[in-house]
Design a protein around this ligand. Structure first.
Ligand code: FEO
Length: 397
């Protein structure tokens, strides 16, 4: 994919990574892109770089537009290495007049690359720099999702260069939202939100309020990953407002792993009870559903019902993996419950309940356990348990 004029004088000079499948534990089955943008004006600005192995692609794409040495300002919106990985080489090549970053960005760049001698120009929220016919206004977005993160806004182009915000991990030959299948695009955007931004939802609300307060007119959002939003700007802004509220739907997830199918059979009976109450159900076996897909379903779920048999006085490792991942992403507004079969000691349900309570969900204790293999009466208990959870979900709706 070569450089591409996104708007007059604004070029996409990034890289498409068709092969990546894992992003620090988040599965990206359709790859990703590392978007970098070049704005040609009296001063030439490069917004972000790309992941280190794609350095030559970045340089090649820049050269299609301008010799790298013509770049005056290197703007680092975010220091995570999928965007800053080429900064050392690009500073050496470009010799920029200014390396523009947030206060935390300067700190993080020094901590990553140990170069105090770069021409840092630290910008805080509200600061403008003039390029000629255009200017860039900066908005710090600390902890969205790193302390150094910031947005760049070009008022004359009504353009928001949004760093990781509004991104999607999806490798495509297309560059704009209206060139791809829209439901799939929103699925990737929701997946990105759930796996990356979910713990910072209160901050997302603050940033959306700040954008409103500053009265930023936005015709285009250019994120550092995936497609550029030009035809669905208000729709993605509204989606972020909705996702950040985490308003639960009448939807329950039965997430489980199983040893000899007893816990699986229990899951199906609990699901039947939920369905009898009119709740939408997803049955998610941890052996066949990746944690990243499960957390995407968690985003708008009203109830999480987690099942594991007891193994060595604890839970199955797949369940431990999910609990660890979910705890870090801090979903809220959920009813939760535990279930599972056991042979002799039977600690799994308690272990899950404790983890769910630690995550501050409304846990329907004590959950439900079955000794070895479920009897007809056990399955009836599971069904009733499902109905009880279903009623609680509906009461909240
Ligand atoms: Fe795409 Fe936080 O890096």
């Amino acid at each position: 994919m070569q450089s591409f004029e996104v708007l007059k004088d604004l070029y996409w000079v990034g890289a498409v990574d068709w092969n990546i499948r894992d992003f620090h534990g988040y599965s990206v089955p359709k790859g990703t892109t590392y978007n970098a943008f070049l704005l040609m004006d009296e001063k030439v600005a490069l917004f972000d770089t790309v992941k280190k192995p794609f350095k030559d692609t970045l340089i090649h794409n820049i050269r299609k537009v301008v010799e790298p040495q013509r770049i005056d300002y290197l703007i680092v919106n975010h220091v995570e290495m999928d965007h800053s990985g080429c900064v050392p080489e690009m500073v050496d090549l470009i010799r920029p007049e200014k390396l523009i970053c947030s206060p935390m960005g300067k700190k993080a760049l020094i901590q990553h690359y140990h170069r105090e001698d770069w021409p840092y120009e630290v910008v805080e929220t509200g600061r403008n720099i003039h390029l000629g016919r255009r200017s860039v206004q900066f908005i710090e977005t600390r902890m969205l999702h790193w302390p150094d993160s910031m947005l760049s806004y070009v008022p004359e182009a009504r353009l928001l260069i949004s760093s990781d915000g509004f991104g999607q991990h999806w490798a495509t030959s297309e560059r704009f939202d209206d060139q791809v299948d829209l439901p799939e695009l929103f699925h990737h955007a929701a997946r990105y939100y759930a796996n990356i931004l979910l713990p910072y939802s209160p901050l997302v609300q603050k940033v959306l309020a700040k954008v409103k307060e500053l009265g930023l007119a936005i015709d285009m959002i250019a994120p550092d990953h995936g497609l550029i939003w030009r035809s669905n700007v208000s729709k993605i802004l509204d989606s972020y407002a909705t996702w950040s509220l985490q308003k639960p739907k009448s939807k329950a997830l039965l997430i489980y792993d199983t040893m000899w199918q007893s816990t699986e059979i229990m899951a199906r009976s609990i699901a039947k009870g939920l369905m009898e109450e009119g709740v939408s159900v997803r049955i998610l076996n941890l052996k066949t559903n990746h944690r990243s897909d499960i957390i995407t379903e968690v985003l708008d779920a009203g109830a999480l019902i987690l099942g594991s048999p007891t193994l060595n006085n604890g839970i199955l490792p797949t369940m431990a993996d999910l609990l660890c991942y979910m705890k870090g992403l801090r979903p809220v507004n959920k009813i939760a419950a535990a279930f599972g079969s056991y042979g002799w000691s039977g600690e799994a349900v308690k272990v899950i309940n404790d983890a769910l309570k630690e995550m501050k969900f409304d846990v329907l204790e004590p959950g439900i356990r079955v000794h070895y293999a479920p009897t007809h009466d056990d399955l009836q208990r599971c069904l009733e348990f499902g109905r009880k959870i279903g009623k609680a979900v509906k009461e909240r709706g």
